[in-house]
Design a protein around this ligand. Structure first.
Ligand code: FES
Length: 82
């Protein structure tokens, strides 16, 4: 049986299998957007491998973290541009 961990996305608790990438957990949470462009357009994961930087969110208070490169761990706190 796969171990599950609980993280929060914009203050909302969500349970995911351990090792899930944060980007997938953000999608699962139903968050409207990952971040906004300088002109206010919604941005989200594009490459899924750390190259485009479109998936940046705040993880445990660290802004501009690439959510496609970070694995979910118990208690992780994620903030997107809501
Ligand atoms: S999706 Fe491209 S860097 Fe994360």
């Amino acid at each position: 049986m796969t171990k599950r961990v609980t993280i929060s996305v914009n203050g909302k608790p969500i349970s995911v299998p351990a090792g899930t990438i944060v980007a997938a957990a953000v999608v699962e949470s139903g968050a409207a957007r990952f971040r906004s462009s300088l002109h206010g357009e919604s941005r989200g994961p594009l490459c899924g491998m750390g190259v485009c930087f479109e998936c940046r969110v705040t993880i445990n208070g660290q802004p501009h973290s690439r959510s496609c490169l970070t694995l979910c761990e118990e208690g992780l706190e994620v903030r997107t541009d809501e």
